[in-house]
Design a protein around this ligand. Structure first.
Ligand code: ADP
Ligand code: ADP
Length: 227
């Protein structure tokens, strides 16, 4: 059962192939690490999975549907089922932690204070709900961003270099939290990173991009203690 499928997907910008004939299935409930040098096509892949970019060749299916054939309303509904986590957290500085987590709901004119509180508790920041992002450490800010990503119950989380601005300790916390979302919410996680250690720590499979081509996809061996 695949949550997302790419079939012979290419994305061209003029003469540059950001992705070239990439075929990949992302299984429901897996943690897929995506690695590659700068310019390899990682952001382009995430943009496809977030329905922000459409392929110039081939076909993408997310949650069973082809975003290239959807109208704006359908795309917005699809994107609610996808949570994004960024390298730079992308929290609103003039909103409290609680407001930041509630924001995706607010954008849909919805609210669920109990779920927001529950998710803040889940990421270990219940006592910081009224704080502003600048009052938190980087690791704490990223945990707020993960709570925000979960608040629409997304099924798929796309994490773009989520630990690249963090120290070792916070990196471990954030990776552990991302991995736990699968167990606790059944989410599928796509983790884009240049840190091979992060992939080794939590991913089930690794996909290697090189100059727009998918060089290999392989299972990640890790010790039973972590798995
Ligand atoms: P990565 O995230 O691995 O660094 P990207 O997906 O950002 O790689 O980029 C892949 C290639 O596509 C690069 O050569 C980049 O310059 C090019 N590219 C990406 N987005 C655009 C764009 N909007 N316009 C032109 N070229 C782009
Ligand atoms: P239950 O055993 O009560 O079904 P779950 O372990 O599935 O609970 O979820 C715990 C809580 O997290 C639930 O109260 C639910 O509201 C919330 N939840 C479940 N899935 C998600 C999700 N994908 N994103 C955010 N919250 C979720």
């Amino acid at each position: 059962d695949a949550i997302a499928v790419l079939e012979h997907v290419s994305v061209r910008y003029g003469s540059v192939a950001a992705l070239d004939d990439v075929s990949l299935e992302i299984a429901r409930g897996e943690i897929l690490g995506v690695v590659g040098e700068s310019g390899a096509g990682k952001s382009t892949l995430l943009n496809l999975l977030d329905a922000a970019t459409h392929p110039t060749g081939g076909r993408v299916r997310i949650h069973g549907a082809d975003p290239a054939r959807m109208g704006g309303g359908e795309i917005r509904r699809l994107r609610r089922r996808i949570g994004m986590v960024f390298q730079s957290f992308n929290l609103l500085a003039n909103r409290t932690v609680r407001q930041n987590v509630a924001l995706p709901l607010k954008l849909q004119r919805a609210q669920d204070p109990a779920l927001v509180a529950e998710l803040l508790d889940y990421v270990g920041l219940a006592d910081r709900a009224a704080h502003y992002p600048a009052q938190l450490s980087g690791g704490q800010q990223q945990r707020v961003a993960i709570a925000r990503a979960l608040v629409t119950r997304p099924g798929l989380i796309l994490a773009d270099e989520p630990t690249s601005s963090l120290d070792t300790r916070a990196t471990e916390d954030v990776l552990e939290l991302l991995a736990s979302t699968r167990r606790d919410f059944g989410t599928t996680v796509v983790l884009v990173t240049h840190e091979l250690d992060s992939v080794a720590a939590i991913a089930d499979r690794a996909a290697v991009l090189e100059a727009g081509a998918l060089r290999s996809v392989f299972p990640v061996a890790r010790s039973a203690a972590r798995g």
